[in-house]
Design a protein around this ligand. Structure first.
Ligand code: ADP
Ligand code: MG
Length: 231
């Protein structure tokens, strides 16, 4: 109970913090966006138009994330819709594949049944899976060995629920980390925010689901997201 009270408190604080810094971050992002658009024809001449596209897309994503944190503490009305699980996972894997390859890890998407459907906010759901894949990539790059990094993503039906699992052969977690990983602002990374999992946990709970995790130091980590299926 204490843990929950602490989390709610911190999340309320997070809302205030985000509101005050979001404004400061949005201004320079808007300036960067404008100048990149001005550079677009020059980049096009150089045959590098796709660089501008990537930069613009990433700026928009940064804005989305700020917006997400800004609204995560408010009881915002989620955009509820039907989400096919296989399409959701395919899209997020596609989005993260190139980043993973650059970091020297492979993302393997297991074959998925196409008929599993959940109900919820597709943007929030993508954010959760994205957070977990990012964490997996980071755990792999922080591991000190030459083993090829591997992230596996899969989903299976379990009664009236779907279990989405995301596992990695990264550095794993000790008991202390496992105990605290869902607490807002808890991070073991130099430039981490410690918000990814606390926000993800909240999103999944709001969707009537839960997240479980198992991990072993130096071996890897598995996250399982359970959600009610509507089909
Ligand atoms: P951040 O990524 O900014 O640190 P998160 O809330 O996403 O914040 O994660 C909190 C902490 O949980 C991380 O700093 C890390 O120590 C641990 N963690 C999360 N996912 C993994 C993983 N796949 N492997 C190892 N550690 C992890
Ligand atoms: Mg994270």
């Amino acid at each position: 109970i204490e843990q929950t009270a602490y989390q709610n408190d911190s999340l309320a604080m997070l809302g205030k913090l985000a509101a005050s810094i979001a404004h400061e971050i949005r201004n320079p992002l808007t300036a960067i966006r404008g100048f990149i658009q001005l550079l677009h024809p020059h980049l096009h001449q150089l045959g590098k138009a796709e660089y501008a596209k990537i930069i613009l897309a990433e700026i928009d994503r940064a804005n989305d994330i700020i917006h997400e944190f800004l609204t995560s503490s408010k009881p915002s009305v989620p955009q509820v819709g039907m989400i096919p699980v296989s399409a959701l996972l395919k899209e997020v894997v596609l989005l993260t594949e190139s980043e993973a390859l650059m970091k020297g890890c492979q993302i393997y998407l297991h074959p998925l049944q196409s008929d599993m459907v959940i109900s919820g906010d597709v943007k929030q759901m993508k954010q959760v899976v994205l957070n977990m894949i990012r964490n997996a990539m980071e755990a792999i790059s922080e591991k000190v060995d030459d083993l090829p990094g591997k992230i596996e993503v899969g989903a299976r039906r379990e009664g009236a629920e779907v279990r989405i699992d995301i596992s990695d052969n990264g550095k794993g977690m000790d008991i202390c980390t496992l105990d605290r990983l869902f607490s807002p602002f808890f991070t073991t990374k130099e430039s981490g925010t410690g918000l990814g999992l606390s926000v993800s946990d909240r999103i999944i709970k709001n969707h009537g689901g839960c997240i479980s995790v198992s991990s072993k130091v130096d071996e890897g980590t598995r996250f399982v997201i359970s959600l009610p299926l509507i089909q």
